[in-house]
Design a protein around this ligand. Sequence first.
Ligand SMILES: NC(=O)c1ccc[n+]([C@@H]2O[C@H](COP(=O)([O-])OP(=O)(O)OC[C@H]3O[C@@H](n4cnc5c(N)ncnc54)[C@H](O)[C@@H]3O)[C@@H](O)[C@H]2O)c1
Length: 270
Amino acid sequence: MTVGPENDYGFEGKAAIVAGGGAAGDGIGNGRAAAMLLARAGARVLVVDRELKLAERTAEMIKAEGGTAIAHATDATVPKQCEQMVQAALDHFSRLDFLDNNIGIGSRGSVVDEPLETYRRVMQINVETMFLCSKYAIPAMIKTAKGGAIVNVSSISALRPRNLTTYTTSKGAVIALSRAMAVDHGKDGIRVNCVAPGPVYTPMVYAGGMSENARSQRAKASVLGIEGTGWDVGHAVRFLLSNHARYITGQTLVVDGGVTIQAPARDSAG
Ligand SMILES: NC(=O)c1ccc[n+]([C@@H]2O[C@H](COP(=O)([O-])OP(=O)(O)OC[C@H]3O[C@@H](n4cnc5c(N)ncnc54)[C@H](O)[C@@H]3O)[C@@H](O)[C@H]2O)c1
């Protein structure tokens, strides 16, 4: 089969960092799925996680499929480690083209409930890590690839708040950060977009235990009546990083089975 431009993601010979690319066990988190899909389309991937074991498992899964991946430990709240992460990508691959900023943690409660320390920690992990990884990745992309693409992972909680107030705030900031970075670095040939997942069934979600009933409630929240997976998010990330999205920047792609498009239930008068 001839591979035409419509089948060419533009990843061959290129290099990506997936920050937060680990996942517990063999589970498919959003970052692991993106890393595997990028590698399947020909990208070489530095799989980065605070927990090396989790990143190593993703790298093993990629190598088992014939792809190229290296696991790297980074606590992305530490500037020096983010700088070293980018250097590691350059050392291994001699270039950097793509960054998937996938690191994030959840939180629950109103401004009254949430302790200030939790607010600061969530903002640091959900926003500051994306700021720091980008700070070091962008100059490397410009220098070694004359351009590139970044995806920052937000959440539909940024668009439809529901008592996850600190998380909502952090994920709203991720959307604003993406738009600002897109404006700042368009001239450098760097596109920056955002993916806003709905409820997807990843190790982070089921680690705390989730009943079948809760899963079915989550599925029912979508207009399609189905539950999302890490693969759904990974495919969106891969599309936005690819050549196919060359004319798209500063956008937020909602991946939620239609959870956010429905009007709330009300009377039947329309
Ligand atoms: N799962 C969902 O339903 C859902 C919905 C909307 C948005 N998201 C977002 O998707 C992203 C990934 O979610 P997931 O469910 O796959 O989670 P996950 O916990 O499986 O993946 C996140 C990874 O980030 C790593 N990490 C955390 N802090 C880090 C740090 N300081 N430095 C380096 N690595 C660090 C963790 O070790 C983990 O492996 C997050 O940003 C999350 O907010 C998830």
